[in-house]
Design a protein around this ligand. Sequence first.
Ligand code: NAP
Length: 258
Amino acid sequence: MSASTTRIARLGGKVAIVTASTDGIGYAIARRLAQEGAKVVVSSRKQNNVESAVTKLKSEGLDVTGLVCHVGNADHRQKLFDAAKQLGGLDILVSNAAVNPSVASVLDCEESHWDKIFEINVKASYLLAKEALPLLRQRPYGRIIFVASIAAFQPFDVLGAYSVSKTTLLGLTKAAAAQLALENITVNALAPGIIKTRFSGALHENESSRDEALSRIPMNRLGLPDDISGAAAFLASEDSSYMTGETLIISGGMPSRL
Ligand code: NAP
């Protein structure tokens, strides 16, 4: 589909940064924001992944640029913002990168794994938001979108520390939203359920883990990255302008809250 011609250009004239956007959910979000008219800065840790994502997106006629950014690296983050400046400024930040080095219940998590999880999933998200502010403040409206998880609401047994890191992002969303509420900068989060990507491979790669995952999803199918991207575009657009501090849960009906 040539989406740039079939979708309304809700994001025309906007510039977006999407971290961890060469694969999976981040790639789908970057693609959708670009399809809706944004210029998008695509990034991840590996140069070859950046090159192949940018080539694919450009072949669809989308306006993207790409560079290496490990979100835990301050110089890399600065280069992201420099790339956005070259495109004219920054309107939309999607903080999507996360790691999970630990498959363990929360109190069995090794301290080094805990530190890594919180460094990337939480601290880098907070730093990206903080560092984006000077640019967002120069624009008519700003959008900060954190990618959390259904596990933020209902911790997964063997993803203990990861789940807590995602719960922390919900707190960051609320606190930053309150701080920025008078500045026309909204802060919201997305909470995907189990989405078929490399990251979640352990939950669906073999038949028994897939059956177990499906038994927890009322819609009886795994999510796809594009199940998340439309919600991201909504949060990035003016359509969500009276919404801040909230989390959209996109989980095929997995239980979260009332
Ligand atoms: P994915 O398909 O495995 O993609 C991961 C992307 O992140 C790749 O582009 C990877 O590229 C990049 N990346 C990894 N570490 C990075 C870092 N430190 N800095 C910058 N880029 C990095 O993962 P995904 O499933 O789409 O996950 C994306 C987000 O969705 C995460 O926040 C995850 O917690 C959340 N989420 C996923 C699910 C799910 O079921 N998949 C559910 C709920 C929430 P490089 O290797 O080149 O860096």
